[in-house]
Design a protein around this ligand. Structure first.
Ligand SMILES: [Zn+2]
Ligand SMILES: [Zn+2]
Ligand SMILES: [Zn+2]
Ligand SMILES: [Zn+2]
Length: 141
């Protein structure tokens, strides 16, 4: 019985040594440089000048974000709501559906028809009609 216990104990030691060795060697094989972050849309690496940070803290390529904001409401990584309005949603001002070609995003990520937004701002409004966030910095294009 003592003999069996001894063998078992020895076996355990060998396994843990082997595991430690394996983990250690694997660790040293890993590249030292941090991998560049990858864009969740196109899965390509991102460079710092070409990243758009969303309000959840995740980033996409600037161009990929411009596509993403018309197709998906939630961040692909953490699933937080990023784009409040997609094409097909109704404009808060005129209640007609929005289309990619005629909608503009506010800084809060709500969207309205470009025309409706222009008229709204021309009337002197300074806040998003949906969430009341200040429109300062919103580009009307
Ligand atoms: Zn991308
Ligand atoms: Zn996210
Ligand atoms: Zn409208
Ligand atoms: Zn808003």
């Amino acid at each position: 019985m003592v003999y069996v216990n001894l063998m078992l104990g020895l076996g355990m030691v060998l396994v843990s040594v082997a595991t430690a060795f394996y983990l250690n060697s694997r660790h040293t094989l890993e590249p030292r440089l941090e991998p560049r972050p990858r864009c969740a849309v196109c899965l390509e690496e991102m460079f710092y000048g070409d990243m758009h940070y969303m309000k959840c803290g995740h980033a996409l390529h600037k161009a990929c974000f411009q596509e993403f904001r018309y197709v998906n409401k939630n961040c692909f990584v953490c699933n937080k709501l990023i784009n409040a309005n997609l094409p097909g949603d109704l404009c808060t001002i005129c209640f007609d559906p929005l289309y990619k070609s005629n909608m503009s995003h506010l800084i809060c990520n709500h969207a309205l028809h470009t025309k409706c937004l222009k008229e709204y701002v021309d009337k002197g409004a300074r806040n998003c009609p949906v969430c009341r966030m200040e429109l300062e910095g919103t580009r009307i294009s």
